[in-house]
Design a protein around this ligand. Structure first.
Ligand SMILES: *Cc1c(COP(=O)(O)O)cnc(C)c1O
Length: 371
């Protein structure tokens, strides 16, 4: 029934609700158009691009209020590349990983590299979460702060494990949208196509002195590490505001503008309050709508940046997403492998809370028409 037309005055001003790539604000595109001509098409080894990388690194330092000694490291390849880099140069012998969705499972698979001891994987069903637990013989504890495939979030609190063990957080969809205390992590890594509203293909990692020391120690050992995955190489290049190979410059420009916007609007506390407001609109809507229920049963585990809503058999969620798409409201489909009768909606920092309200009004209208 994609011919159903949702009245214009009900529709969100911006219909992008995908979990990545996600909504890019018009101001970011204006920045790209204004500054791009002096940056795009110029060498990443010259001052203009290195200065841009430096401003982005400083923007993260400010947003996360990084303690002295923490460094902003970057490299090409996105978060997926970081998993292999971590298996190559961050995990010393054995890691514990929490796996409660697609992304946690992927890092767990990467940590099963043949030169490491088999990882200790703590699994939980989709829609619930597994938390880390201290145990002997583990040198990395890793989990996602936000599991994007299911809309489950988990606290970032250091694990009291063996001395020197590192806490490593996949913050790909959490960073810039959910508050975090840097004293509670050693590595907080992400790619900028979620709350940072930029394009993918690059990773950033906020690293504690202990994490950098680990990276240097493994790099100095006789372990073979491919150059592209070398975190030591990334640390050294980042200190010079460079990457090993050519980065996408437009991504960095979009990111610069997003960081300025976030830092100028009230920083991480502001972003955290904004995503909480947007996600609450949806959870409260689902609680009061008879055909809808929040997928994540435990209120505390419900993500404030990725909202998953199940529908009962009377409603075809895929058909609903299709009607929304035909009306310009896109990417509300559930994670492809989850296979549920569900809508998944990003409430990232760039998304206006009022557009989330308009989305619920639009869904109400469609339900009324097809009901
Ligand atoms: C999107 C996402 C990833 C994958 O990021 P890429 O940059 O595409 O590799 C990893 N982890 C989480 C939690 C994500 O949301």
């Amino acid at each position: 029934m994609p011919s159903l037309v949702i009245p214009r005055d009900l529709l969100p001003a911006d219909g992008r609700f995908g979990c990545g790539p996600s909504k890019v604000r018009p101001e970011q595109l204006a920045h790209l158009a204004a500054v791009g001509p002096s940056i795009l098409g110029t060498s990443h080894r010259q001052a203009p691009v290195k200065d841009l990388v430096g401003r982005v690194r400083a923007g993260f330092r400010e947003l996360f209020a990084l303690p002295d000694g923490y460094e902003v490291v970057l490299g090409n390849g996105g978060s997926t590349a970081f998993w292999d880099a971590a298996a190559s140069g961050l995990i010393e012998r054995r890691a514990q990983l929490a796996s409660f969705g697609e992304f946690g499972a992927k890092f767990a698979a990467a940590a099963a590299a043949p030169w490491l001891e088999a990882p200790d994987v703590r699994r939980a069903d989709a829609g619930t979460r597994a938390l880390p637990e201290a145990a002997a013989g583990l040198d990395v504890y890793a989990w996602p702060q936000n599991e994007t495939s299911t809309g489950v979030m988990a606290p970032v609190t250091r694990v009291d494990g063996d001395s020197g063990s590192l806490t490593v957080i996949d913050a790909t969809s959490a960073a810039g949208g959910i508050a975090v205390d840097p004293s509670q992590f050693d590595v907080y890594y992400f790619a900028p196509q979620k709350n940072f509203a930029s394009d993918g293909g690059i990773w950033f990692a906020l690293m504690s002195p202990a994490a950098i020391e680990r990276v240097e120690r493994i790099a100095a050992s006789d372990r073979y590490i491919p150059e592209f995955l070398s975190l030591k190489n990334a640390v050294d290049n980042s200190r010079l505001n460079q990457t090993l190979n050519t980065p996408a410059l437009s991504t960095l420009l979009l990111l610069e503008n997003q960081l300025d916007w976030m830092n100028g609007s009230g920083g991480l506390a502001w972003a955290d309050a904004r995503t909480r407001e947007s996600s609450s609109v949806l959870y409260e809507w689902a609680e009061r709508t008879s055909v809808a229920t929040p997928f994540v049963a435990e209120p505390d585990a419900r993500s404030q940046v990725v909202v998953t809503i199940d529908f009962d058999e009377s409603t075809d969620a895929a058909g609903l997403a299709e009607i929304l798409r035909a009306n310009g409201v896109v990417d509300t489909e559930p994670y492809r492998k989850l296979g549920r009768n569900q809508l998944r909606v990003a409430t990232f920092t760039a998304i206006e809370p009022d557009d989330v309200r308009a989305l619920t009004a639009s869904i109400d209208y469609v339900l009324e028409q097809i009901g």
